[in-house]
Design a protein around this ligand. Sequence first.
Ligand code: SF4
Ligand code: SF4
Ligand code: SF4
Length: 280
Amino acid sequence: MAPARPAPARPAPARPAPERPTLAVWKFASCDGCQLTLLNCEDELLAIAGSVRVASFTEASTLVEPGPYDLSVVEGSITTASDAQRIKRVRAASRYLVTIGACATAGGIQALRNFTGDLAPVVYAHPEYIRSLRTSTPIADHVPVDFELRGCPVSKEQLIEVIAALLAGRRPNVRGHSVCIECKRAGRTCVLVAGGTPCLGPVTQAGCGALCPAVGRGCYGCFGPMESPNTAALSARWRELGADGPALTRAFSAFTAAAEPFRAAAAAAADEEAASDDSR
Ligand code: SF4
Ligand code: SF4
Ligand code: SF4
């Protein structure tokens, strides 16, 4: 009689796949350029898409899943009362919240209106239909923010680093140094020293690869202030090169008017101008 065959081993019950962390991308008042940077990540985006569940990213899909979210990435500034409420809901539903770009971290170009009168009647035929706040403010003025990534738009490499770091539970490795460091590393000729061209590179956050000096232009500060910028020293140097108070105020206000170090430098230049007018 043939020996009894052992019963075939039963396949182990399939383990449920581990839950992937959820990523949500939100737009507030902005041009979408920073979201496009994320879409332009191409190869890296496929890796991200494979390791996270994208719960909301209206630039890429109309699907919006309900929270909670492991990581929310926020583009844009707060310019309406409804957005001031919406960001609170986003914050409440998010474990980490990162703001990306000059709009979200410093009010953006639209923050110029913080320093002007009401321009709506000049621009629109029916300003009574405009429902916006008088100011454009950074997201951090409204809710706690875990990390602010500067740029207009943000750098692709820095954006990938911030997303990967926070999803891994570590601190993003984004240095707070100035554009000058990138400029020197790339071996560029300094347009300020060699050409006397006013440049905001010494006080501006690195990340763009010193694009403007690469084409012979001074940096105009679109990445916003670096860590601990010495705006007083740079303002004094600009004055030696012939810049007056209004030129300094315009330079420090252009992209990141609501970023405190640049706002203070713009205000100091305006005050100095007013004081010199009084003494004339
Ligand atoms: S920071 Fe610049 S690129 Fe990004 S959304 Fe604002 S205006 Fe657009
Ligand atoms: S060109 Fe501007 S950014 Fe480059 S080293 Fe000179 S001051 Fe710095
Ligand atoms: S303005 Fe300054 S920070 Fe912006 S791209 Fe040019 S060099 Fe870079």
